[in-house]
Write a protein that binds this ligand. Structure first.
Ligand SMILES: [Zn+2]
Length: 259
């Protein structure tokens, strides 16, 4: 059985000091490939350095909407250069977040568009972070529709109706441990309605620890297996079948075989 953690933050301080042990526990749990994701220029640098150390560790570089206000247009050239690194498989995470008020929407939109342009220029998939900003996210994506081939909404938490709009649009949806949370009925319905060939899974660690590991404050890739089991049961398919469908969707989306 192959499990791939499509979105983790191994460079964050909660995990960065113990990556060897974290990845060892991950491999023992059956999670043997990872994409570690950047959120700003500083973090992107760390992501690239870490990805060079482990064969099955891939990188995504991007600027999180929270960091948009302090990001200059000139920083985009830096991002574009780092995206040419041989372990980079996507631009992200990027998008819009209206839940927190860390950056004005106008800055978020500016930085989001610039990153979609980089993804289009370099022919890379995009990892989208979108929270309470569904309509605006889609509106901006629409402007790049012809030049972007692969788009995944990470930590998916929108409704099944919104899931359908994105699936019709050609997007992939990626689910975290949130599906296991008590109050997350909407997310469960969305996961249930997403076809296996468009569904990916992720930890988004160190956040979003799935049940039954909620007591562990720091999430890690090994716990992905709980999210996988949960969604497999939700979809009433054997875990092995679910895992292999998610892994093959992931491999083709991020083109992992070529790296
Ligand atoms: Zn993330």
């Amino acid at each position: 059985m192959e499990l791939i953690d499509t979105h983790c933050h191994l460079t964050f301080e909660q995990l960065a000091g113990s990556v060897d042990a974290v990845l060892q526990r991950s491999i023992e749990a059956g999670v043997s490939s990872w994409i570690t994701v950047g959120i700003d220029l500083n973090e992107n640098k760390k992501v690239l350095a870490l990805s060079e150390k482990y064969a099955n560790l891939y990188a995504a570089v991007g600027i999180h909407p929270h960091e948009a206000a302090k990001t200059q247009d000139a920083d985009m050239e830096n991002l574009k250069q780092s995206a040419k690194h041989h372990k980079v498989v996507a631009i992200g995470e990027t998008g819009l977040d209206y839940h927190y008020d860390f950056s004005p929407p106008i800055d978020q939109a500016r930085i989001f568009k610039a990153q979609l342009q980089i993804a289009a220029d370099l022919n890379l998939p995009v990892i989208i972070h979108s929270r309470e900003a569904f309509d605006d996210t889609l509106k901006i994506l629409n402007d790049y529709r012809s030049s972007l081939k692969k788009v995944v909404f990470h930590c998916f938490s929108y409704s099944p109706e919104q899931a359908k709009i994105l699936l019709d649009y050609g997007c992939f949806l990626s689910f975290t441990g949130v599906v296991t949370f008590k109050g997350a009925e909407t997310t469960r319905l969305s996961a249930k309605s997403t076809p296996p060939e468009r569904l990916m899974i992720e930890t988004d660690c160190p956040y979003m620890t799935p049940a039954p590991m909620r007591k562990q404050k720091i999430n890690e890739p090994a716990f992905l297996v709980h999210t996988a089991k949960f969604i497999a049961e939700l979809k009433q398919v054997p875990l092995e079948d679910f895992a292999s469908a998610a892994a093959s969707a992931t491999r083709s989306f991020f083109n992992l075989t070529k790296k």
